[in-house]
Design a protein around this ligand. Structure first.
Ligand SMILES: *[C@@H]1O[C@H](CO)[C@@H](O)[C@H](O)[C@H]1NC(C)=O
Ligand SMILES: *[C@@H]1O[C@H](CO)[C@@H](O)[C@H](O)[C@H]1NC(C)=O
Ligand SMILES: *[C@@H]1O[C@H](CO)[C@@H](O)[C@H](O)[C@H]1NC(C)=O
Ligand SMILES: *[C@@H]1O[C@H](CO)[C@@H](O)[C@H](O)[C@H]1NC(C)=O
Ligand SMILES: *[C@@H]1O[C@H](CO)[C@@H](O)[C@H](O)[C@H]1NC(C)=O
Length: 224
């Protein structure tokens, strides 16, 4: 009897996109910046409330300014703290990898409307979080000392929230920052007391499944 192993699903998903269809971004040195638009739903690529991620770099960090528009819920769990499961509620996220290939490890960074952050290196050897395959997280346990910063501002009269974050470049083994090439994706989750735990998902480069952990979909980024 012929059995299709799970790895077949992973391989099919990994070739479901081509680099030609992936978004790309040229990111300048701060204070200039480039903007990634998180405005498509996952996985159907329909309309999604506008979300912008402005990126720039300096000698020691990547700066990410996330801004969520059309926010009505500001839904988070006040008992969650650093590296808690904040992704169960509302967050904005960046997945970052220094290199050009589809990564099996990358930094997962998240921030919520309560200014709580999540930062972990993800281990995803199938690149698509295949069912039954290993999938792990290695947390950054002292982000403030390591050089992470975050500042979050809510403006409920304008239905927005913003988080400006710095992520230390030293995490990524970059010798020459200018000209370095990256794979990245950006996301936002939306939920509310009446819809939780269900979420509406949005991405810069939407995967073809309701999962963010599919690195063949990461867009291409160059620091110029
Ligand atoms: C977002 O809000 C603006 C007005 O602030 C509105 O014009 C637009 O239709 C809204 N978009 C979505 C996707 O809700
Ligand atoms: C918030 O998180 C805590 C700790 O994980 C959990 O016990 C509690 O049920 C959560 N509350 C809500 C409203 O989801
Ligand atoms: C995208 O390009 C990288 C190299 O630049 C390659 O390793 C990867 O397999 C490509 N992904 C797809 C889906 O073709
Ligand atoms: C948010 O958290 C950071 C630490 O990650 C802290 O430095 C900052 O003061 C906090 N407050 C606001 C309003 O962003
Ligand atoms: C969550 O989604 C499932 C599947 O569509 C649905 O059956 C369920 O009622 C939803 N739950 C809430 C709280 O909206």
């Amino acid at each position: 009897m012929r059995v299709e192993p799970l790895i077949f699903t992973a391989a099919a998903a990994a070739t479901a996109t081509t680099n030609a269809s992936l978004p790309s971004l040229h990111v300048p040195k701060c204070p200039r910046s480039a903007v990634a638009y998180v405005d498509q739903s996952v996985p159907d690529r329909g309309p999604f409330p506008m979300t912008t991620v402005s990126l720039c770099y300096d000698d020691t960090s990547i700066q990410l300014a996330f801004k969520a528009f059309n926010e009505t819920n500001y839904y988070y769990n006040a008992s969650q703290t650093t590296n808690g499961d904040i992704w169960e509620y509302e967050v904005m996220e960046a997945f970052l990898y220094h290199g050009t290939n589809d990564p099996t490890t990358y930094l997962e960074y998240e921030v919520n409307p309560n200014n709580v952050t999540y930062q972990a290196v993800v281990y995803n050897p199938t690149k698509v979080r295949a069912v039954g395959a290993p999938f792990d997280h290695f947390f950054v346990t002292d982000p403030a000392t390591d050089g992470f910063t975050a500042t979050t501002t809510l403006d409920k009269s304008k239905n927005t929230w913003e988080s400006v974050a710095k992520i230390p470049l030293a995490l990524f083994n970059v010798d020459q920052v200018k000209g370095s090439r990256w794979r990245m994706n950006f996301f936002r989750t939306i939920t509310s007391p009446s819809t939780y735990p269900n979420q509406t998902l949005g991405a810069w480069s939407p995967p073809d499944q309701a999962s963010f952990h599919m690195s063949p979909y990461f867009g291409h980024v160059v620091f110029v």
